[in-house]
Each structure stands twice: as C-alpha cells, then as structure tokens.
Ligand binder design. Structure first.
Ligand code: ADP
Ligand code: MG
Length: 353
C-alpha cells in the first residue's frame, strides 16, 4: 500500500514527531516538530576540518568559531547571502539538524523546508535532496514569505491581500499573498548582515577602530534603531586600533548607529514601496486595512515599524514571534497537509523534483 500521509495515520503522525517543519534561514535554522513545537534554534553555521573533510561543529558551537579558527578549520555560513552558496555544507548542516531532533526515532518523516523566494531551480532541488538524504520519507519546500504569513496568523487562504516583510540575516523578502499564493514578491540581499557591515565600516571611519562581525551585531541589537528614540542609548565597543594595531575601546551612541545604518535601511524601505507600487490596487487596499506585517530578526530593530509606517503611510505591525514565524508556519503547513488537499497541492506544486 502506498502511504500518502493523509487519513488516520497522517493525522496521528505528528504526535510521534514525524512531521518536521524547517526554517532554513541565512542566519538561523529552526526546526519545528509536530506536536512539540520549535525544538531546535541554531545559527546556520558549519565548521569543517579542511584536511580531513570532517564536520567539526554545527550551529551555536560553530558560530563561536567564526573568525577564530586555526588554518585548517573553516567555519562558514553556507547560506550567507540568501542563496545556497555551498550545497554540500548546506546538506550536511541540514542532515545534522534533522538528526538532532529525530534522536533514535526511526519513523517515516515528512519534512517541509522554508526556502527564500529568490532561490534558483537548482538550489530548490538541492534542498529537497538534502532533506531526503537526511532521512525524510517525503520532502517539500515552501517559499519563506508564505510560511511566515501562515506562522504570523495572516488570513493567507482568503481572497484578501496580506503583505509580509521578512527581514532576515542575508535577505529581506517582501511578499503580497492572497488565496494561498504569492501574488507578487521581491527579495533583496540587504538585511541584518548589511546593517552589521554598515556599523563596522562607520566605526572604522569614525574611530580608526576595527571591530568584528559579532561586535557589530551586538551593537545593532543593544543600541540600534531605525527611528529616533525617546531616550538615546550608548555602549562601549572593543576592537583593534588601525594605527597602533593594539586593542582599544570606544563609546558608540544610538544616534551614530542610526546614521550608520541609514543606507541599508533605505534600501529595505524602498523594496517595500516598490512592492506596493506593483501590487494590484484591490490587494494593496486590503493590506492597508490589515497592515504590513514584519517578521524575521530585523523586525526587532527598534523603530523599524515606525520608519516603514512613516515612509509608506500604511499601518505596520510586528508579528508576535518574528524570529519563529517561518518555523511555526512550516510546522502548520506540514500538519495541515494531511487533512487539507489544497495545502497538499500547493506543496506538491512547489516541490516537483
Ligand atoms: P534568517 O531568516 O535569514 O536566518 P533571522 O530571521 O533569524 O534571519 O534574523 C537574523 C537577523 O536578525 C540577524 O541579522 C540578527 O542580527 C538580527 N536580529 C536579531 N535580533 C535582533 C534585534 N533585537 N534587533 C535587531 N536585529 C536583530
Ligand atoms: Mg528567515
């Protein structure tokens, strides 16, 4: 008998952790296990021993190695710019994460992976293949903005337009969704990483100080903002003096950080505006009623909602758990697939081998 995952067994399957939803993000990978919720949340980083090809570390442990490895070990982010830059390492990372949540369960698994909407055909197939290699009986992909919309609780299957802006590490995805499909979308390679880089180069110019990626990200999270703050903030950053070559610290203010990240922020706002302009008027009007929904780690930047609202003259709201939206959405979709033929069809369509 051929099992198609529907019916009684299908409905029961999520209780045994057979349904797995994965947010394969450029910065973080999250794994949602049916009936249990988000079970894994780790940076999309893998460290390899160049000499032996052996995997040294994956996730959190590998992220700590970024920029700190001896010559023969390389820690990389295989999805860094939103494209799958390194198929092999992406595959190994995915297999590791799936294995980690599966433990000793050898039950047949259905896996749905959220992928950036801009990926190529080859990349899409690589993800499907990776999921199968990692033990999935059946594997599907879903475009991340679609999964984010499900996860944020937007009325995606109604004939009404919703707009979602997902600001991740490597890419920002803007999409208008109606009747379970993406009507219009735009993906740009400007997101959290670019904000970090803008901070790094500002500090280099203004203070002659070279700071690491991690320090720039910390500054963004602790004192970064897209809009004037009621109470401006400051923090001490440490780096290497470009003239003396010695470690030195400096005090950075939130006004400076805001100025430093202005350019990449404008690019994000521009992508939202262009998407709105290209959206059929009826759907744009619907989005106006509901508001633009922000997801992804970038949605947590102070005042980003205010900035986008001001620039577009649209109401803007932040999804309840912006960092988990996509993972929760993939989990919802993989579960619903067993009972809802429309969702099953949608997945099958986007996952043809
Ligand atoms: P991806 O989906 O590409 O993996 P995420 O949605 O996980 O990305 O978001 C990661 C990005 O969000 C990183 O650039 C990170 O620095 C940024 N980020 C996380 N928390 C915050 C915060 N509180 N303020 C600003 N940016 C944040
Ligand atoms: Mg994401």
């Amino acid at each position: 008998m051929k099992s198609n995952g529907s019916g009684f067994l299908g409905r029961l399957s999520h209780r045994f952790g057979r349904d797995i939803g994965i947010d394969l993000g450029t910065a973080n990978t999250l794994v949602h296990v049916g009936g249990r919720g988000v079970m894994l949340r780790e940076p999309s980083v893998i460290a390899i021993n160049k000499d032996t090809g052996e995997v040294m570390a994956v996730g959190e442990e590998a992220k700590r190695m970024l920029g700190r490895t001896p010559g023969h070990i390389v820690a990389t982010r295989p999805l860094r710019d939103g494209v799958i830059a390194d198929f092999e390492q992406t595959e190994r990372m995915l297999a590791y994460f799936i294995g980690k949540v599966s433990g000793r369960f050898l039950l047949r698994k259905t896996v749905v992976v959220g992928i950036p909407s801009g990926v190529t055909e080859v990349e899409r197939r690589a993800v499907l293949q990776a999921a199968k290699k990692a033990g999935a009986t059946q594997a599907f992909v879903i475009e991340e903005p679609m999964a984010a919309a499900f996860g944020a609780g937007l009325p995606v299957d109604e004939p009404s337009g919703s707009m979602i802006v997902d600001i991740g590490g490597g890419t920002t995805e803007v999409a208008v969704i109606s009747l379970g499909g993406i009507v219009h979308s735009r993906s740009i390679r400007v997101a959290g990483d670019e904000l970090d880089e803008a901070i790094t180069s500002y500090v280099r110019r203004a203070y002659n100080l070279f700071i690491g990626e991690k320090t720039a990200e910390t500054a963004k999270i602790q004192i970064g903002s897209a809009y004037q703050l009621e109470q401006e903030l400051e923090m001490t950053i440490k780096g290497r003096d470009l003239v003396s070559g010695l470690p030195r610290s400096a005090v950075l203010t939130s006004e400076e950080v805001r100025m430093a990240i202005q350019e990449p922020l404008s690019a994000i706002v521009e992508a939202v505006k262009l998407t709105l302009e290209a959206t059929p008027p009826e759907l744009a009007a619907d989005a106006m009623d509901y508001g633009i929904v922000l997801a992804g780690g970038g949605a947590l930047l102070r005042g980003i909602d205010k900035l986008i609202a001001n620039e577009t003259k649209m109401p803007v709201l932040i999804a309840k758990d912006p960092l988990s939206c996509v993972a929760i959405g993939t989990g919802m979709v993989v579960e619903a697939m067993h009972e809802n033929p429309l969702i099953r069809k949608m997945l099958e369509k986007s996952s043809r081998p």
